[in-house]
Design a binder for this molecule. Structure first.
Ligand code: NAD
Ligand code: 6OD
Length: 491
């Protein structure tokens, strides 16, 4: 029998029990993964104080060059303990081992390496030689300082990737953090705190509090007056709740939220590449990536061929155990989430969809039937206002619709309250440069999907987010400038 972990909160380097515990079960077969200690209001308060104290301790006195070296050591420690991270991530999410290795853990390492490279960027200074109309002269310079204690709240879909995407730049800028992982994926955050301590990160710099959102740890943290900034990734509705909780303290927020991302496929594309790329963008991580495509628009002459190709790709993805090398798609995160995805499938059919693949839960005839598997699903035939074409489903599903002109394609893609990501498949370079900037999204890919340069700005428009992170945008969010103006005598 697999071991059941006991996960404590991590406050000032110490494991702290909660008054209550909750269970984490595997989405593969429903088995018990962990008993998790929920952080009370007092524990959250202690975590914020520990993070505040750490700012004036050895961490706050580290030279920039040493902070970079420390972040690099964290990257190496995660790399050395990669298989432990893979195991933690797979236990919580049920995703294929290979995916956890190649994507989640590899990106955690890259996030820390990138943060080490970028430490100096967080301290960049701007300066101006000033001469006013009445002849006074001054030197203005602005330098950036850490915000202080940053609350980091992350979802369950890419727990370690998204956590490190935020923790690494927050630390690079000199902050300390209190982290709240999703109640559905508590394991890798706890392991990360341990690995960071092993790498030499001082106690109190990274604190982990477990629990839920409203009326629990998440709400205690986001309404805490000792928090200097909140970075959050999750649902748009949760973003609104956090903004409300943050408002009395005027705490700055950075939000990466939901999406209903479009792919536009033009007749001038390499069809095979577009089909394979779209399949990847729809079904990766069982469709549970904020960047996943859920709306596909295909130019009419290639519509039928595209749908047939995408259906073949969907049917070739074998659901199964994380450690089975044949597994092409893992389970959804929970049976509750599967019920939501399934209800959208039922609704799509009521709304008049034709189903080309999937739509019904899979039956294995073994213990996997206690899991949360759902097959790759493709619909056609819905109107642009159908609920399943406008709502984010966050599962391995997409709707494919035809279009005739480029203008129509852009209008369809932009006809969403969300504005996170889009993909354009075309062989025409002029079209690529016309269409991609016309899309009302934070991230537009051409002939690719989720190809990342960690220096580039990441985030969404409308209901998809507030602000950007990554590179310079992260430096701006995780630090604030003090401008110094020194008057210089007359010439
Ligand atoms: P969620 O919003 O339900 O939960 C995210 C985190 O917020 C969890 O840790 C949860 O416990 C916490 N939380 C919930 N309510 C809270 C509250 N009132 N106050 C404080 N914390 C609260 O999201 P989820 O279901 O875990 O993740 C799926 C969603 O995340 C999807 O909508 C997806 O699109 C989005 N997402 C967006 C991005 C992006 O970069 N834009 C990335 C990943 C996921
Ligand atoms: O690639 C990234 O940096 C990133 N933040 C991805 C988010 C994926 C959402 O599920």
């Amino acid at each position: 029998m697999a071991t059941v972990a006991t996960l404590l909160n991590v406050v000032g380097g110490r494991g702290v029990e909660g008054e209550r515990t909750f269970t984490k079960v595997s989405p593969v077969d429903g088995s018990l993964v962990a008993q998790v200690h929920e952080a009370s209001g007092e524990t959250v308060d202690a975590a914020v104080r520990a993070a505040r104290d750490a700012l004036s301790g050895p961490w706050g006195r580290l030279r920039t060059v040493d902070r970079a070296a420390l972040l690099r050591r964290v990257a190496r420690t995660v790399e050395e303990r990669a298989e432990e991270f893979v195991a933690a991530e797979v236990a919580d999410t049920g995703k294929p081992l290979e995916l956890a290795r190649r994507l989640d853990v590899a990106r955690a390492v890259a996030n820390f390496d990138h943060a080490a490279d970028f430490v100096y960027g967080t301290e960049r200074q701007e300066s101006y030689s000033t001469e006013t109309g009445d002849g006074r002269r001054a030197l203005n310079y602005a330098y950036r300082k850490p915000m202080g204690v940053v609350a980091v709240i992350v979802p369950w879909n890419l727990p370690l990737l998204l956590l490190t995407w935020k923790v690494a730049p927050a630390l690079a800028a000199g902050n300390t953090v209190v982290v709240k992982p999703s109640e559905l994926t508590p394991s890798s955050a706890t392991l990360l705190a341990e690995a960071m301590a092993e790498a030499g990160v001082p106690d109190g710099v990274v604190n982990v509090v477990h629990g839920f959102g409203p009326g629990s740890t998440g709400e205690y943290l986001t309404s805490h007056p000792g928090i200097d900034a909140i970075t959050f990734t999750g649902e748009s509705a949760t973003g609104s709740a956090i903004m409300t909780a943050a408002a009395p303290n005027l705490t700055p927020v950075s939000f990466e939220l939901g999406g209903k991302n479009a792919a536009l496929v033009f007749t001038d594309t390499d069809l095979g590449r577009a089909v394979r790329g779209t399949a990847r963008s729809v079904f990766t991580n069982a469709g549970q990536v904020c960047l996943c495509t859920e709306r596909v628009y295909v130019q009419r002459p290639i519509f039928d061929e595209f749908v047939a190709g995408l259906t073949d790709e969907a049917l070739a993805l074998v659901p199964g155990r994380p450690d089975d090398p044949r597994t092409g798609i893992g389970p959804l995160i929970s049976r509750e989430h599967r019920a939501k995805v399934r209800s959208y499938c039922e609704l799509a059919i009521k709304e008049g969809a034709t189903v080309h693949a999937g739509a019904e839960p899979i039956l294995f005839g073994n213990e996997l039937d206690q899991g949360a598997f759902f097959p790759p699903t493709i619909w056609t035939g819905l109107g642009r206002d159908a609920v399943t074409v406008t709502d984010e489903v966050f599962g391995p599903v997409c709707h494919v619709a035809p279009f005739d002109t480029e203008e129509e394609a852009v209008a369809l893609a932009n006809g969403s309250e969300y504005g996170l990501a889009a993909t354009v498949w075309t062989g025409d370079v002029d079209r690529a440069h016309r269409v991609a900037p016309a899309l009302d999204v934070g991230l537009a890919w051409v002939n690719s999907w989720w190809l990342r340069d960690l220096r580039s700005p990441f985030g969404g428009n409308g209901r998809s987010g507030l602000g950007r992170e990554g590179g310079r945008a992260a430096a701006d969010f995780y630090s604030h400038p003090t401008n110094v103006c020194i008057e210089i005598g007359p010439r």
